[in-house]
Design a protein around this ligand. Sequence first.
Ligand SMILES: [Zn+2]
Length: 357
Amino acid sequence: MTWLRKAKEGLKAQQRRRDLPDGLWVKCEECGEILYHKELERNLSTCAKCGYHFRISAWQYVKILLDEGSFRERFSEIVSTDPLRFKDSKRYIDRLKRAREDTELTEAVLCGEGAIEETPCVIAFMDFSFLGGSLASAAGERIARSILLAIETRRPLIILSASGGARMFEGILSLMQMAKTNALLARLSDAGVPYISIMTHPTTGGVTASYASVGDVILAEPKALIGFAGPRVIKQTINQELPEGFQRSEFLLEKGMIDRIVHRTDLKKTVAWLLKFFASRSVLPQRPRRRAGESLERFRAASFPIGTALPPPPPDSEAPAGTPPSANGDQPGAPHAPIPAPLPESQRTAKEVPIQE
Ligand SMILES: [Zn+2]
């Protein structure tokens, strides 16, 4: 049997010679190109040949997006416990411990304050390496408090998502985070504070179905998998072949679900430009918006300072009965009224905001 052992050892030796030194070279998972580690770092972990975006950690995104030294972590004291004492092949509490040891994180989301090209903002980064970037009570609470911080400081909010969805080890408590974060985002929107959502590979499940999809602007990295259920489940359910590129950011851009695909090397300047755009827009006078389901009386009462006389109701329009007015209050088909020049503060009255039923 010696010859057999020799053959085995021989094969091993050949294998060793072909191996690349650890850490110097990385193989692209998409095109197979061998990339020099330093070059990969320079390209912010994207393949120079095919543009494949390697998955990176929340702390690496801090370095890429924020001005050097501007990040201050917040809400790190909020951590997951094990409310359901969940156990499958392992105990949930042990999985949490392991994830904390393996990553430089205490939860699947890293929140804080920082500045992007000197514009201060509140920012949250999800990290897929922490239990699949799953959303659970603590992660949801950190995001909720970041939204409240953005409302309080009137600083724009940015959430970078990388998630497999809600964390099933916490059952319904995880699912409740979807409603909680979205309810607060509605308040953020009412306060007129912008929210930019950045979707990275992968953004799926409850995260896509809640805060990741409701940004004022939604950006995504190229070829990121974005969806609710996975393609295999959908294929089985509808029993049909799925189109090519289904659930990738390019497909979603075409369908109008996201606003722009941004290469990681352009991410900082794109977000910085958006923040500056929103900052310049916010100095213009704003028209109060009537929310879905809000009665006209309630809207009038909430939109004007106490003691201000309500503006007279608009004269009956000449539109035939049953014709709904368009969203901006103009008659259907009529050209949009020009935006009036802003009035000085002293002259601004309730009459500036005509309300039409
Ligand atoms: Zn590649």
